[in-house]
Design a protein around this ligand. Sequence first.
Ligand code: GRF
Length: 203
Amino acid sequence: ARIAILISGRGSNMQAFIDACEAGELDASIALVLSNNPDAAGLARANAAGIPTTCVNHRDFDSREAFDAALVRTLEPVQPDLVILAGFMRILTPVFITPFAGKLLNIHPSLLPKYPGLDTHRRALEAGDREAGVTVHFVTPELDGGPPIIQAKVPIEDGDTPETLAARVIVLEHVIYPIAAKWQLQRRLRLDQQGATLDGKRI
Ligand code: GRF
């Protein structure tokens, strides 16, 4: 199977996929890493692993739709079975989402439906929450609003800062994202009008 990964930054989740493929945990190869940000540190990490990379800079386009169309064109020759958003910091429109519906996953560092959008760990701390976490979900046009596939929780501890909480959560991101991808590649996940199913059971 062929995976395309979209990044904007350091690419630690992307690295988790590289490792899972190398370890044989995922029966797949990463066909392309695409960044909207030419300076993304993840591009160097992917290059170091011998993975093809490309940059489609959103600043070169005057609308989200034009940018999204360029993303679709870039992925066309790749024919990915699975498209992974891994710290990809652009809001996508249906121009991109529709052609990849059902094989487009995102990871979001909160227990969705809590805290869609930015600054999730700071918001969880300010709300006085006792736990935080991370969600892998199917991507739909609603920002961070697609059906959840898998979540992991961590306790919030006294004295936590957004940084200490993020450090506790990211470890689990790297565990659950490849698990969700494995289910998807095994064709055990489905996206339908009501949400997501695993092995035919509603998640
Ligand atoms: C992660 O916390 C992910 O949940 C969020 O952005 C961050 C990306 O980190 N969407 P990395 O680039 O994968 O290291």
